[in-house]
Design a protein. Sequence first.
Length: 258
Amino acid sequence: MSVGFSVADRVARVTLDRPERMNAVDAATEQELETIWREIEARDDISCVVLTGAGERAFCAGADLKGGSGSSGLDYWAASRVNGFGGLAFRRSLDVPVIARVNGFALGGGFEMVLGCDIVIAAQTARFGLPEARVGRMPLDGGMVLLQRKIAFNRAMAVMLTGRQFSAAEMAGFGVVNEVVPAIELDAAVDRWVADIVACAPLSLRAIKQTVNRTGHLSPAEAQALRTPALVKALQSEDALEGVAAFQQKRAPVWRGR
């Protein structure tokens, strides 16, 4: 599997090519994704990321069991992947909003990548699931530790303990998917969400996500007292003044990212 990456108008688009055959232990693929996430983290001209799979069949169907990696499940579990599947599942250093454009199957590691995104837009035909238990494995790269923190316990356990596939509508009911649309309207729906995000101040977006990422384990009082670097930068920025001035003057703000 290869990864497409492009940036235009403050939006980075990351496309998983041949997503139905992604091999989770392919070192080259993992490194390619890691390089992309690090580049996005280092740039200040990106306000939003859209992650999707090429074609219409799959967002990402997880590890390629037919291809095989030659390693055991124990070897895979013991390997260091601090950010989870695809370098994204539980990454906490990426302060740019990430939208999952789910166009088809999001299974196993693919679903774990979805769980690492901030907003999920899915086609009505999309399918979600963690089928690992059905093949004698476990959702090691984020599924077991993320899903129970995102949705009700019994629903998370139903997903993991049955290995079933769930519809986009069911996942919307669980609270995992933000919007479900006909497949033909998927791009338009994603573009609406992108437009709303890009209309916000870039430094505010980074401050919000960085604060959320770094305070989830704290009490509300501790979180409120934490001064994250992105938060301080946004509060002291020219954009903070520009936003208020634009509101008072009834015009669109001109963000400068400083």
